[in-house]
Design a protein around this ligand. Structure first.
Ligand code: ADP
Length: 388
């Protein structure tokens, strides 16, 4: 029997999961359940142990609790795997959780108190922890936070120029995508050698997008802020915007907060600018000038923010692309890197076209890498560390 670690990433209507062999952190399978709350369905799994989950018997009416129990029942039936612990992606660790934490009652209470900081995500993350506790009492569970990686940022990178009482109440830049950045920090030394210890900018470019400036593998600045609405242009989110514009919508246009939230979170970004799609692939395939403008703005904002992070780092030793657009879109990487030529970035376009691991020209001063995102592996690793 192999000891295994289950990793869960629970969203509002989906649960992504991955199972890792505890001894080697080798992934045994990865998969997902979709449509929770409407018509739940098993989205399939890949990997050696994918056969543990037979989609046919997942009830369509499953809520998170039923779906989690179904997953755990699949693992319980196995005569090859013994589940040792579960790890969870939890979006917000607030000011205090700067590392993964073993779940006990007091921790759950503290995490519930953070719900106002991430009302759309935190409740689902915590529901998954509760569902596992019910379905498998006594199984050790560890919470890993999207914010924790950025708690190493210096104070000036965290605070906003607002009254200090509000800063003291936790209204600061937390940053997100921390598990993705943790994974890059874990694997970059084996890919980039010495450069990984230097001044690195990681571009996590997916539906959500952010940049992280790392020094010696630790975050010193990032583009997302108090919420995941800040920073870059995203699929549907506006990214950094003049707060005065938000006030104008409320005070002069008479919009309700929910309406403004809908515009900035769901009707902006690539979708809003193009009026066509939030998906970079669709926009790349379109000859509509608005699609081009949306993509141009996306790259322009990455370049502007990268320049800002280089200033914070005092230079640049390596650039890394990860997540959907970062891993797969050669034209977008190319546009970004061309505009960063002044900083010593220069692509080898034939390597870039094939999404090679190292896409920079050998003569370039700054190496550029494409590294597949993996937000589950750092969770499994953290679970193991907490258990030992
Ligand atoms: P999420 O943030 O939801 O995890 P992903 O990391 O999967 O998102 O990234 C989704 C984005 O990646 C979408 O904009 C999609 O168009 C883009 N993407 C995925 N594959 C490609 C590709 N081959 N070329 C260009 N963009 C791609």
């Amino acid at each position: 029997m192999d000891d295994a670690i289950l990793v869960l990433n629970a969203g509002s209507s989906s649960v992504k999961f991955a199972l890792f062999r505890a001894e080697t952190l080798e992934p045994l399978c990865r998969g997902g359940i979709e449509g929770i709350g409407s018509r739940a369905s098993f989205g399939g799994a890949k990997g050696a142990e994918a056969g543990l989950f037979d989609g046919a018997d997942l009830p369509e009416s499953s809520n998170h609790e039923v779906a989690t129990r179904w997953l755990l029942d699949g693992i319980r039936r196995s005569d090859r795997i013994t589940l040792q612990a579960a790890g969870h992606r939890v979006v917000h660790g607030g000011p205090d959780f700067s590392a993964p934490v073993l779940i006990v009652n007091a921790v759950m209470t503290a995490l519930e108190e953070l719900i106002p900081l991430a009302p759309a995500h935190q409740p689902h993350n915590l529901a998954a922890i509760e569902a596992v506790a019910k379905a498998w009492p006594g199984l050790p569970q560890v919470a890993c936070f999207d914010t924790a990686f950025h708690r190493t940022m210096p104070r000036l990178a965290q605070i906003f120029a607002i009254p200090h009482e509000l800063t003291d109440q936790g209204l600061v830049r937390y940053g997100f995508h921390g598990l993705s950045y943790q994974h890059i920090a874990d694997v970059l030394p084996s890919i980039a050698g010495e450069a990984a210890k230097g001044r690195v900018i990681v571009c996590h470019l997916g539906h959500g997008a952010s940049l992280c400036a790392m020094s010696e593998g630790r975050s010193i600045a990032t583009t997302m802020g108090f919420t995941a609405l800040d920073g870059l242009v995203m699929g549907m989110r506006c990214g950094a915007i003049d707060a005065g514009l938000v006030l104008h919508l409320i005070e002069q246009r008479g919009m309700a907060p929910a309406e403004v939230s809908e515009i900035l979170n769901r009707r902006s970004g690539l979708l809003g600018v193009s009026g066509i799609s939030n998906d970079a692939r669709t926009l790349l395939a379109s000859d509509d000038p608005r699609a081009k403008e949306a993509l141009d703005l996306f790259s322009y904002r990455v370049v502007r923010e990268a320049g800002s992070l280089m200033a914070a780092l005092g230079g640049l030793d390596a650039l890394v692309f990860t997540a959907g657009i970062g891993e797969h879109s050669a034209p977008i990487r190319s546009a970004i890197c061309r505009a960063l030529g002044w900083a010593g970035v220069e692509l080898d376009e034939s390597r870039n076209a094939t999404n090679a691991m190292r896409i920079s020209d050998d003569a370039a001063r700054v190496p550029v890498y494409v590294v597949p995102a993996d937000e589950e592996r750092p969770i499994a690793r953290a679970v193991l560390q907490r258990m030992s």
